[in-house]
Design a protein around this ligand. Structure first.
Ligand code: NAD
Length: 472
C-alpha cells in the first residue's frame, strides 16, 4: 500500500459536469483513488448515489462499479479535496460570456480562488477546461501568490509532505505548480475517449510538473498513447485550434451544400467523392444542419475574441464566416419547409425529431435542433420536439414547444411535416409506411441526411434534404 502511495498520486476533480464526472469515473476505473468536488450539491448527491446527472453511454455502470470499490468519492468540501489530492484536475465550465464572444472565466477563477489558499503541501493543479491562450500563465501567478505551500521552504514542504504520506511525484514539485492538459473527449464517446485518448497534451513549466502528470496518466501512457509536452500557451492553443479546424471542416461542406442547392448538385455525393482523397478524409465532412453543443460554437468565438485582444484578429477572421455558414444552415431548414408547405408555417403542426446537439447525448447547449425548433415556433407553427434523452434539458432551454420522448402515434397524428434534426438511430429506423397514414400531409425534411430517401418517397412522402436535388 505504501509503495503504491508513492507511485500513484491521489487525484481530485473540480467540477463534475460532462468533462469532470467522466474524468473522475475513468481515472478511478484506471485504478486511482479519486475525490471529486462540485459547488452544485444536488449533482454531488446524485453522483454519490450512483446516478449520472446527464446522459453518457457506459458511464453509469462504471460510476457504480467504482463507487463500490471505495476508490471514487464525491464531496462539496474544498478543504477535503485540498487535504486529499496530489494532483487536482480543474474541469469547471468556461461558457461564452453573457454579453460578448469571449470566454467567461468566472467559474475557473472562483475554483482556483477557493482551492489555492488551502494547498499547504506540494501538489500539481492541472487545468483541463478550455481556456483562451494566456489564461494558464495568469493562474500560475495566482497559485504562486495564494498557495501556502509556495511560501514555506520548498524542500521542507516536500519533506513534510512526504512524511505525511505524500506521493513521490508530488513531493518532487517542492510546492504548488500548475500544468495545462486540454481535454479532447467527445460527448457520446466520453468513456472510450478518456480511457484511451488519441493523444495527451501536457503544458508544463518544469520537469517535475511533467513527472507528476506522467504519474497521473501512467496507465494511459502505458497503452502507447502519444504525449506532447509543451508550454502553457501551446497546450491551450492545441484545443482551440483543434475545435476551429473541426468547425471549419463542417462549415466547408455546408458551404458546398449551399452551392449545390444553387446548381441542383448533390452534396452527399460530393462529400463522398472528396472523402476518398486521403489528404481530405471523410471525418467531419458530413453536410447537415451544422455544429452545436457546449464546445465548438463558444470555442471558435472565444478564440476570435482572444486573437483580437492579442492584436492578431485578422488571422482568425475566417472563423466568423465559419460561424455564419453554420447559422445559415438553420435558416435553410426553415426555408425548405416553408416552401414545401405552400409558403406558410403559421398554425402548421410540425414534428421535430431531435433536441440534443448530436445523438447519444442529452446536451442541448447551442443545439442546432432546438434552434430550428425555436425558429419554427416563432413562425406561429405548433411544434412538438421528440428526443429519447434530451427533453428534460430541452424543456428548460426552450419552454415554448411541446415535447415527447418517443415518436408516439399521438404526436404524429395530424402533423403537416416531420423535420429530422438530430440523427438518433431510432429515427433512422422509423417506418414511413406506418407513419404516413397518421399524417395530415406527408412532408419530411431530412436535415441530417439520416433517412433512406427512396424508402420515404416510395411510401408517398415528399422527401427533401438540404444540399440535395429534390429528386435524389
Ligand atoms: P459543465 O457545465 O457540464 O460542467 C461544469 C461543472 O463545473 C458544473 O457541474 C458546475 O457546477 C461546476 N462548477 C462551476 N463552478 C465551480 C466551482 N467554482 N467549483 C467547483 N465546481 C464548479 O461543463 P463541461 O461540458 O463539463 O465543460 C467543462 C470544461 O471542459 C469547459 O471548459 C469545456 O469547454 C471543456 N470541455 C468540454 C468537453 C465536453 O464534451 N463537454 C470536451 C472537452 C472540453
Amino acid at each position: 500500500q505504501a509503495a503504491d502511495r508513492t507511485s500513484r498520486p491521489r487525484l481530485t476533480v473540480i467540477g463534475t459536469g460532462y468533462l469532470g464526472a467522466t474524468h473522475a469515473v475513468c481515472m478511478a476505473e484506471l485504478g486511482f483513488e479519486v475525490l471529486a468536488v462540485d459547488v452544485d450539491q444536488s449533482k454531488i448527491e446524485r453522483l454519490s448515489a450512483g446516478e449520472i446527472p446527464f446522459f453518457e453511454p457506459d458511464l453509469a455502470d462504471l460510476l457504480r462499479a467504482n463507487l463500490a470499490t471505495g476508490r471514487l468519492r464525491f464531496t462539496t468540501s474544498f478543504e477535503e479535496i485540498a487535504a486529499f489530492g496530489d494532483v487536482h484536475f480543474v474541469c469547471v465550465g468556461t461558457p461564452q460570456q453573457a454579453g460578448g464572444n469571449g470566454a467567461d472565466l468566472s467559474h475557473l477563477n472562483a475554483a482556483i480562488g477557493r482551492l489555492a489558499p488551502l494547498l499547504t503541501r506540494p501538489c500539481l493543479v492541472v487545468g483541463k477546461s478550455t481556456v483562451p491562450a494566456g489564461t494558464a500563465a495568469g493562474i500560475a501567478q495566482t497559485l504562486a501568490r495564494l498557495a501556502p505551500a509556495n511560501h514555506t521552504n520548498g524542500a521542507a514542504a516536500g519533506t513534510n509532505g512526504a512524511a505525511a504520506g505524500s506521493n513521490g511525484a508530488a513531493a518532487a514539485l517542492g510546492g504548488v505548480q500548475l500544468a495545462w492538459n486540454p481535454e479532447f473527449l467527445r460527448e457520446g464517446f466520453a468513456v472510450a475517449d478518456t480511457l484511451r485518448p488519441d493523444r495527451l497534451v501536457f503544458g508544463v513549466a518544469s520537469p517535475a510538473a511533467e513527472g507528476a502528470l506522467r504519474a497521473a496518466f501512467a496507465p494511459v501512457i502505458a497503452q502507447g498513447v502519444p504525449v506532447i509536452v509543451t508550454d502553457y500557451a501551446t497546450a491551450e492553443l492545441v484545443k482551440t485550434a483543434a475545435n476551429s479546424f473541426l468547425a471549419t471542416k463542417i462549415s466547408f461542406i455546408n458551404a458546398m451544400a449551399e452551392v449545390c442547392e444553387a446548381v441542383d448538385a448533390d452534396v452527399l455525393t460530393l462529400a463522398e467523392a472528396l472523402s476518398h482523397d486521403v489528404r481530405i478524409g471523410g471525418n467531419f465532412l458530413r453536410p447537415g444542419v451544422g455544429f452545436g453543443g457546449g464546445c465548438l460554437p463558444k470555442d471558435i468565438r472565444a478564440f476570435q475574441a482572444r486573437a483580437d485582444e492579442l492584436g492578431v484578429g485578422v488571422a482568425l477572421r475566417f472563423l466568423g464566416e465559419i460561424d455564419k455558414i453554420n447559422n445559415r444552415r438553420r435558416d435553410r431548414v426553415v426555408e425548405l419547409l416553408a416552401a414545401a408547405l405552400d409558403g406558410t408555417l403559421a398554425h402548421r403542426r410540425l414534428l421535430v425529431l431531435g433536441a440534443a446537439f448530436k445523438p447519444n447525448s442529452d446536451d442541448v447547449r447551442d443545439s442546432p435542433a432546438l434552434a430550428v425548433a425555436d425558429l419554427l415556433a416563432r413562425t406561429g407553427a405548433q411544434v412538438t420536439v421528440v428526443d429519447p434523452v434530451a427533453t428534460h434539458n430541452a424543456r428548460r432551454a426552450l419552454p415554448t414547444v411541446a415535447y415527447s420522448d418517443r415518436v408516439e402515434d399521438s404526436v404524429v397524428t395530424g402533423a403537416d411535416a416531420v423535420v429530422l434534426l438530430t440523427e438518433w438511430r431510432q429515427f433512422a429506423e422509423l417506418d414511413p409506411a406506418r407513419l404516413g397514414p397518421l399524417m395530415r400531409r406527408r412532408v419530411v425534411i431530412d436535415a441530417r441526411h439520416a433517412l433512406d430517401g427512396d424508402r420515404w418517397r416510395q411510401a408517398g412522402w415528399v422527401y427533401l434534404a438540404p444540399g440535395r436535388p429534390t429528386g435524389v
